[in-house]
Design a protein around this ligand. Structure first.
Ligand code: 3HC
Length: 281
């Protein structure tokens, strides 16, 4: 697998593109506006700069990585010569199904089509294509160039060969993998949501301040980030959407707290909008 198409240049898409290009893959990154593509390129440059400053990569690797990434506004362009296409658009099943119809139309017949969904049904997404055996979940974590795991999700019709190929490319780009069944929230989103929603309820009930809930989990349980800070980082809109899906599958224990719903209603989605549980302005 030499050429990778990435659909969606947001938080996850640009990190996935960067990780692939750092391992020598040619990447074509697609989004629907020039502004989104420009923003993604800036984020990639910033992240590479950070890795260079920390001594993980040299200037030559930075230049090399950037030279391997091209951008486009056309899905067809991102697909037509790619061996693997990774979709990383917002968590909306209908949107993803519409995009997969196009990926199936434009991608070469050998190409694998992967979705970065954190909780939606890979089987349902695959069902709109004529190659459900070559459709798979490839769930990355933010920041993608740093986080070690890829959660591989096998849909009902995903072939073992497709799983092996995704395991192999994940390893090639420096990631560990776990293989999970196609169930709502898989392992990570289900576990993370349970933890974060409960911490939001603890804060909402006034048991401790925002800062102290985060500090307690960070220092007492040795997490790299507090749960409310992490929720801002992941995106409160994403968190709310995930919890609603989990309620449908597993019931009331995933019911979103009022505070989460209110912040999202106000347009405070976390770091990406400048405000969430904390202010970033
Ligand atoms: N690009 C490149 N390098 C980065 C980076 C980025 N975006 N972010 C952090 N780094 C590097 C830093 O350069 C630093 O390198 P060094 O240790 O060699 O100097 C290293 O990562 C650690 O960074 P910092 O010292 O700045 O800060 P932290 O030690 O707090 O690490 C973090 C930052 C890796 C983001 C850490 O806080 C962390 O692991 N947080 C939790 C992240 C997490 O849980 N992500 C998963 C969210 S769920 C998800 O993504 C699934 C989705 O479907 C919702």
């Amino acid at each position: 697998m030499k050429k990778i198409g990435v659909i969606g240049a947001g938080l996850m898409g640009n990190g996935i593109a960067q990780t692939m290009a750092m391992s020598g893959k040619y990447v074509i990154l697609q989004d629907i506006t020039e502004e989104a593509l420009l923003k993604a390129r800036n984020k990639i440059e910033k992240s590479l700069g950070r890795l260079e400053k920390a001594g993980h990569i040299n200037q030559e690797r930075v230049t090399n990585t950037l030279s391997k990434i091209t951008t486009t506004l056309e899905i067809e362009q991102a697909c037509k010569e790619s061996d693997l296409i990774i979709e990383a658009v917002p968590e909306n099943l209908q949107l993803k199904r519409t995009i997969f119809e196009q990926l199936d139309r434009y991608a070469p017949t050998h190409a694998i089509l992967a979705t970065n969904t954190s909780e939606l049904s890979v089987t349902s997404i695959a069902a709109v294509t004529n190659r459900a055996d070559q459709v798979i979940g490839m769930h990355w974590f933010n920041p993608a160039p740093v986080m070690k795991l890829i959660e591989i999700v096998k849909g009902i019709d995903t072939s073992n060969e497709t799983v092996k190929m995704i395991e192999s490319i994940s390893e090639e780009v420096g990631k560990e993998t776990v293989l999970v069944k196609d169930t709502q929230g898989f392992v990570t989103t289900r576990a993370l949501s349970a933890h974060m929603l409960e911490c939001m309820r603890i804060y909402e009930e006034g048991v401790a301040s925002l800062e102290d809930v985060d500090k307690a989990i960070r220092l007492g349980l040795n997490y790299p980030m507090g749960p409310l800070q992490l929720a801002d980082y992941v995106g409160l809109d994403t968190m709310l959407y995930a919890s609603e899906g989990l309620v449908e599958a597993y019931g009331d224990r995933f019911r979103p707290p009022q505070i989460l719903r209110k912040l999202v209603e106000a347009g405070h989605f976390g770091v990406k909008t400048g405000r969430g549980f904390y202010s970033y302005e």
